[in-house]
Write a protein that binds this ligand. Sequence first.
Ligand code: FES
Length: 99
Amino acid sequence: MPFVKIGKTSDVQNRKGRLFIVNGNRVAVFNVNGEFFAIDSRCPHHGIDLAGGYLNGKIVTCPGHGWEFDLETGENVILPVSVRKYNIKSEGDNLLLEI
Ligand code: FES
């Protein structure tokens, strides 16, 4: 699958998430101390964007009702549900997402 440029590394503040729309998909990108992660932003509970969630290490907590997802896998830390995880990398200042 090809990697496409979606933005700059500076677009995502450290320990924050940011929403990107990529080919019509809502993708949440997180910066954890310079390491980038990308998951589907729609929470499988009621669809609130995980991009606006709170980070604790590599765990994001949904701002809606507190479901927690592991950025390494996209899996909920308690329940048997998950969100799609995307491969993402940085090259220089560019953020590249595999689609
Ligand atoms: S919408 Fe995410 S926990 Fe409810």
